[in-house]
Design a protein around this ligand. Structure first.
Ligand code: URA
Length: 274
C-alpha cells in the first residue's frame, strides 16, 4: 500500500470512529489491564448469595475518591490568584483534577467574556470544540447560548465558565469529585468578577452550584440562592436548560426563554441604593 493510501485508510477509520462517538484517545497504546493485574480476570460464573447492598452515596458529597487534598490545594491556589488571568494560569498548572489526564486532549478551558460582567454563566464542562479552542461554549451549544444571550440583550454583559475546566472523556457528565476539586476556582472566579447574579446552565451545573440533587426540570425558572462554601458570598442564581438539550428538544426553548426573561427583568431592575 502506498503512503497516501495508508493515510487515507487511517483517516477513513478515524472518521468512522468519530461518527460512532469515539472521539478521544486516552493512551497511545492499548493497555491490557488484565495482564497488568489491575483488574481481576473474569471468573467462571458461580452462584453466590447477593451481597448486602451498600448505602447509596450522598448526591451532595464527593464520594468516589478522596479528593480532600486536591480540594485544599485548589483552595490555596485560587486564594492566591488576584486576577482572572492569574486564576486561569493557576488552573492550567493545577494537576489535582483527574479530568486533566483523562478527557482533555489539549488544554484547560477557563472562561470567556467580560471580566466585570454583571452576569456569570456557569455550564457543565468543556466539550470537544472547547477543548480544541480553549474557550467555553464555542461549539454548537455555545453558539445557541450566544444567540439566546444576544436575543435577551445580554451580549457583552456575561462572563462564561463551567463547573470543570477539562473535557470529561466522551463528554460524559463530570462527577461530583471532579466538580468538587474545581469548585474553589469557580468560587474565586465569582469573587473576582463580582457578578450580580448567576445563570446555571443545565442540571450538572445547577446541582453542583446549588448543592442539591433536584433535577433541572424542577429547579429551572425559579430564583435560587447560591452561597460560597464559607458562606461569605451569596448571589441569586437562575437555573435553566442546557443549550445542548435545547438542540435536541427545540420545543423546550420556550422554557429557556422564559428563564432568561425572568433573569433580565431582575438584572435590568435599577439597584436600590445601599
Ligand atoms: N457545554 C458546557 O456545559 N460547557 C461548554 O463549555 C460547552 C458545552
Amino acid at each position: 500500500m502506498t503512503a497516501a493510501a495508508s493515510n487515507a485508510a487511517a483517516e477513513a477509520l478515524l472518521a468512522f470512529w468519530a461518527d460512532a462517538g469515539v472521539d478521544a484517545m486516552l493512551l497511545d497504546e492499548p493497555l491490557d489491564r488484565i495482564a497488568a493485574g489491575r483488574i481481576a480476570p473474569p471468573q467462571p460464573m458461580a452462584r453466590k448469595a447477593p451481597a448486602a447492598a451498600a448505602p447509596p452515596p450522598s448526591p451532595l458529597r464527593p464520594a468516589q475518591a478522596d479528593v480532600s487534598g486536591a480540594i485544599a490545594e485548589a483552595r490555596a491556589l485560587a486564594a492566591a490568584a488576584d486576577s482572572l488571568e492569574a486564576l486561569a494560569a493557576a488552573i492550567a498548572g493545577f494537576d489535582g483534577c483527574p479530568l486533566k489526564f483523562e478527557g482533555a486532549a489539549s488544554q484547560a478551558v477557563v472562561y470567556r467574556g467580560e471580566p466585570n460582567a454583571p452576569l456569570m454563566v456557569i455550564g457543565e464542562g468543556p466539550g470537544q470544540d472547547e477543548d480544541r479552542q480553549g474557550q467555553p461554549f464555542v461549539g454548537r451549544a455555545g453558539q445557541l447560548l450566544d444567540k439566546m444571550l444576544a436575543a435577551a440583550g445580554l451580549t457583552g454583559r456575561a462572563l462564561i465558565t463551567n463547573t470543570v475546566f477539562w473535557r470529561p472523556p466522551g463528554n460524559r457528565t463530570p462527577t461530583l469529585p471532579e466538580q468538587a476539586v474545581c469548585a474553589p476556582f469557580v468560587e474565586r472566579a465569582i469573587a473576582l468578577v463580582r457578578p450580580r447574579m448567576l445563570l446555571l446552565v443545565g442540571g450538572a451545573a445547577a446541582k453542583s452550584m446549588l448543592q442539591t440533587d433536584q433535577g433541572i426540570l424542577s429547579l429551572r425558572g425559579r430564583w435560587r440562592e447560591w452561597r460560597s462554601s464559607d458562606g461569605a458570598m451569596e448571589l441569586p442564581a437562575m437555573p435553566t436548560l442546557h443549550p445542548a438539550f435545547l438542540l435536541r428538544q427545540p420545543p423546550a426553548k420556550k422554557q429557556a426563554w422564559s428563564d432568561l426573561m425572568t433573569l433580565t427583568e431582575r438584572l435590568d431592575r435599577p439597584e436600590r441604593p445601599a
